[in-house]
Design a protein around this ligand. Structure first.
Ligand SMILES: [Zn+2]
Length: 346
């Protein structure tokens, strides 16, 4: 039986930026763009199965090196897995093009949240960021979205991608409405990932340097909010990083349909759902084959996360794991030669 799906694939080609709409923000020039306008994206909304091409198979399999041995001038790509306790806040910098992206901004509820939110804002400010050209809210759980209010108060977001929320998923209505209102007040282009449609956006180019693709199942993937988390795949200099939000095994199965039996050798996997055993199946690992795994999770034994089963699974698959509860904020640097290094707060 055909499973309806919702798929959005974006390849960002940084050499095409001459046609971007430029505007001035906080004294800095920044790019604000609607992908469909700029790149002439054609969408396929006819519910037919979509022919999705596989990602570029060119890979770099060298292990990571110490940060000190990287050629700093060649660093073109960074991902900051910022320690927010129980939650996700991930900042991606495409340095050659001065593009900043934020994927989720949240932490579990607690009395220390204001302090965590303030430190998140301080961290991003210290990077010199004033604008995010893109933001992604992977799903509606508060530990992924409740700090967007603080982000909007301190930074500009050009375009934000949200999952549309049906009535059956409105357990977190107040936080979702706060996010939407912040996005409206902040002047963002808001792109809703509606369900019950198939989308295939293809922006690939022969001369692209950075790529990102995202695969969004839509909210009708299941009854669990986590099921709607998109997979976001970044590529640079032969390296690949896969972000998963809180995607479940059900979402992983859906995602793997686009790749069949082939592997595409991800270098770094943001381990799904804070290391919960509801994610990161062996079937998924068999295809994505990460060398490194990042687990964003609260210090201590919150909800028994990360689960020992997932840790064992990662170990048996030779995945080197970095955890925010143990190492604090974790930063991945990639150079234009494809060399990569991790730095940790502690
Ligand atoms: Zn979560």
């Amino acid at each position: 039986m055909k499973i309806k799906r919702f798929l959005l694939v974006l390849f960002v080609t940084m050499l095409s930026f001459s046609s971007l709409l430029l505007y001035s923000c906080d004294g800095l020039s920044a790019a604000l763009y609607d992908l469909s306008d700029i790149f002439g994206i054609e969408s396929d909304e006819d519910d037919s199965d979509t022919d999705i091409s596989s990602p570029d198979q060119t890979t770099n399999t060298k292990p990571s090196v110490p940060v000190s041995s990287l050629d700093a001038e060649k660093i073109g790509f960074e991902i900051h897995f910022i320690n927010v306790g129980q939650g996700d806040a991930i900042v991606i910098r495409l340095l050659r093009e001065n593009i900043n992206i934020i994927v989720d901004a949240g932490s579990g509820t607690g009395s220390g949240n204001a302090t965590i939110a303030a430190s998140l804002v301080d961290y991003i400010s210290a990077l010199g960021i004033t604008t995010f050209q893109y933001a992604f809210a992977t799903h509606v759980d508060s530990d992924h979205i409740n700090f967007f209010d603080d982000i909007y108060k301190n930074f500009t977001i050009g375009q934000i991608f949200l999952n549309d929320i049906p009535d059956t998923h409105k357990s977190n209505t107040a936080t979702v409405e706060t996010l939407r209102q912040s996005a409206v007040d902040g002047g963002s282009i808001i792109t809703d990932l509606e369900a019950n449609k198939d989308f295939a956006y293809d922006l690939s180019s022969d001369d692209g340097t950075y790529t990102f693709e995202f695969f969004a199942p839509g909210y009708n993937m299941g009854t669990d909010d986590n099921d709607m988390s998109p997979m976001i795949l970044f590529g640079y200099a032969g390296r690949r990083v896969l972000l998963t939000g809180d995607a479940t095994i059900k979402t992983e199965k859906w995602f793997l349909r686009f790749f069949g039996e082939e592997d595409f050798d991800v270098d770094v996997l943001k381990v799904g759902h804070h290391g919960s055993n509801t994610s990161t199946s062996q079937e998924f690992l068999d295809v994505v084959r990460p060398e490194y795994g990042i687990i964003s999770v609260k210090e201590g034994t919150y909800n028994n996360l990360p689960s020992w089963q997932v840790l064992e699974r990662l170990e048996s698959n030779n995945v080197t794991v970095y955890r925010t509860d143990l190492s604090g904020t974790i930063v991945l640097y990639v150079t234009s030669d494809g060399d990569m290094a991790f730095a940790t707060e502690k």
